[in-house]
Ligand binder design. Structure first.
Ligand code: ADP
Ligand code: MN
Length: 518
């Protein structure tokens, strides 16, 4: 056991709860450590910050309100940028401070069996901090495999033993031990060090002070959490995303972010007016759509099947944490859009990708997005036109882009400028994906049904459409057999992968598919 550790751990009972509680440090003051700034400094700095904020709130209420809002617009950019900049600097400072703290903590603890935690000195509260990119944040922090055994309980009568050996529940040693063990009931984020598993005796006074502190921290965290949840409900974005968007506006790439077009399970889409490009050769469209992939992870877990088996991403998938996987969705959408753009398929043009935020050209005009096919009423002539165009696009997508949309329906097709535009391709896969043909068949079913119901007499059924798009010649005349053949083909391809270590470049086809023309 190292001497510093002992001193620090032993300090509170002697010092009493008063100062320890006030300084928010259950283990006494940090004078034993060689931190670059003392706790008093930290506290007074915080106080100063609070006072300053209060002052700012009183002096420029409207400015602060704007900076807190979800959108960053050209009009308020000048006034809010100082505050935003200050916040950025503060964030940076806090992060550096915490990093330094962690180094100190490591140095002090060394290989000692007893370690002390500086967690409570940290500037960035654990709830706010996601600076560590490698964190897995759907982990259940409540489950603790190292949970210490509970100490034996005192029976109802309040004592154990007989005669001279009687121990009451007020016994200092028993009580102290029990207090130590009860620390595990504090919120999981509340750092109590390694004391739980050890024979530590905490005085009631110290324990109560700690308990108070833990509860107030828990409430604080809950408040913060609530605030965050609330802000997403209001279609705003989390602070980090806001910062990303702010940087884009600040760099002049975007002129104004005007508002939200759509809030889906997996993404939020904003409209923005384009700004100026840093490079001459790249022109930023006058209107842009910003797709922010949601960083709440739950919805993405069930999308694993699309990306996990996509060999383009296979090597990387296993090593990634959820946050990076979400970025990969955005990256996938970008790559797929680029392929489509190159093939001349009407689709949004990629402007820029930053982490989980994809900026692309806006399909629509004057802030009004083009309607989805499901929402627009087309003349029968336009409907027929839309059908043939869709058929063509599906073939192009398959043949030229080597892609299957995998979520194609009237929900992801927009009607703009007298033609159909394809969007939402983050989940698109290559046809040789283990489930690629099944996805294609599903797409075909959606498309065929939509146009058949829409009164297009020429619209073929899903099986014919599938053959027309893929160039395969599956002859089954009913859905069950047809799907069985599809799955057999997929299996054949998978076996080929197993045996040869690589996929077939394409599925064998009986000649070129007929290219449908208007
Ligand atoms: P999700 O995965 O949430 O369905 P989408 O990419 O389909 O994401 O976008 C959601 C909605 O946002 C679309 O239905 C469409 O109305 C709108 N949208 C997305 N991208 C654009 C764009 N480039 N231009 C205009 N509207 C868009
Ligand atoms: Mn969609």
């Amino acid at each position: 056991m190292d001497s510093v550790g002992v001193a620090a751990a032993a300090a509170p009972p002697a010092a009493g709860p008063g100062p320890a509680w006030q300084s928010k440090c259950p283990w006494g003051t940090s004078n034993t450590t060689s931190m670059s700034c003392s706790l008093a400094d930290v506290m007074s700095e915080q106080l100063a910050k609070e006072l300053q904020l209060e002052e700012e709130n009183a002096a420029f209420p409207e400015v602060v309100a704007v900076a807190e809002g979800p959108f960053i617009t050209g009009e308020n950019i000048d006034t809010s940028s100082d505050l935003m900049l200050a916040q950025m600097l503060q964030m940076e400072f806090d992060r550096e401070y915490d990093a330094q703290l962690r180094r100190e903590e490591k140095k002090i603890n060394g290989d000692s069996k007893v370690s002390i935690s500086f967690e409570n000195y940290r500037k960035v509260h654990p709830y706010d901090s996601d600076s560590s990119e490698d964190e897995v944040d759907w982990q259940d922090t409540r489950h603790d495999p190292y949970r210490a055994d509970k100490p034996t309980t005192t029976p109802r009568r309040g004592f154990i033993g007989k005669g001279k050996d009687i121990t009451t529940k007020h016994d200092e040693v028993v009580c102290g031990r029990k207090n130590t063990a009860r620390m595990e009931n504090f919120a999981p984020e509340f750092q109590v060090g390694d004391g739980i598993g050890m024979d530590l005796k905490l005085s009631n006074q110290v324990f109560n002070a700690l308990k108070q502190h833990a509860y107030s921290e828990e409430r604080r965290s809950a408040r913060l959490h609530e605030k965050k949840e609330h802000s997403t409900a209001e279609k705003a974005v989390d602070p980090k995303t806001r910062l990303l968007l702010y940087k884009m506006v600040n760099a002049g790439m975007l002129e104004t972010i005007t508002g939200c077009i759509s809030t889906g399970k997996e993404s939020v889409v904003f409209h923005a007016y384009g700004g100026k490009s840093a490079t001459e050769d790249k022109v930023i469209p006058p209107e842009c759509a910003i797709k922010v992939f949601k960083t709440t992870l739950n919805e993405f877990k069930n999308r694993d099947k699309y990306i996990k088996d996509d060999y383009r991403f296979k090597d990387r998938f296993s090593k990634l944490n959820p946050r990076k996987i979400i970025r990969m969705w955005a990256e996938k959408e970008m790559h797929n859009l680029t392929r489509m753009q190159n093939a001349g398929i009407p689709c949004p043009q990629v402007v820029i990708l930053k982490k989980h935020v994809l900026v692309m050209s806006f399909i629509g005009k004057d802030q009004i997005p083009a309607p989805k096919l499901k929402d627009v009423t087309l003349s029968s002539e336009d409907m027929k036109k839309a059908y043939y165009q869709t058929l063509n696009m599906m073939q192009q997508l398959y043949k030229e882009c080597n892609l299957v949309h995998a979520d194609l329906s009237e929900y992801n097709m927009l009607w703009h400028d007298g033609k159909v535009w394809l969007i939402d391709v983050s989940q698109s896969v290559e046809p040789t994906h283990p489930h690629g043909l099944e996805f294609l068949f599903r797409d075909c079913r959606n498309v065929a049904q939509f146009f058949q119901k829409g009164g297009v007499a020429e619209a073929v059924n899903e099986r014919e459409l599938f053959n027309a798009v893929s160039g395969l010649n599956i002859t089954a005349d009913n859905e069950v057999d047809f799907q069985a053949e599809i799955e057999a083909l997929e299996k054949m391809n998978e076996d080929h992968v197993q045996n040869h270590g690589k996929k077939l470049s394409t599925f064998s086809s009986d000649g070129d598919p007929p290219i449908y023309d208007e």
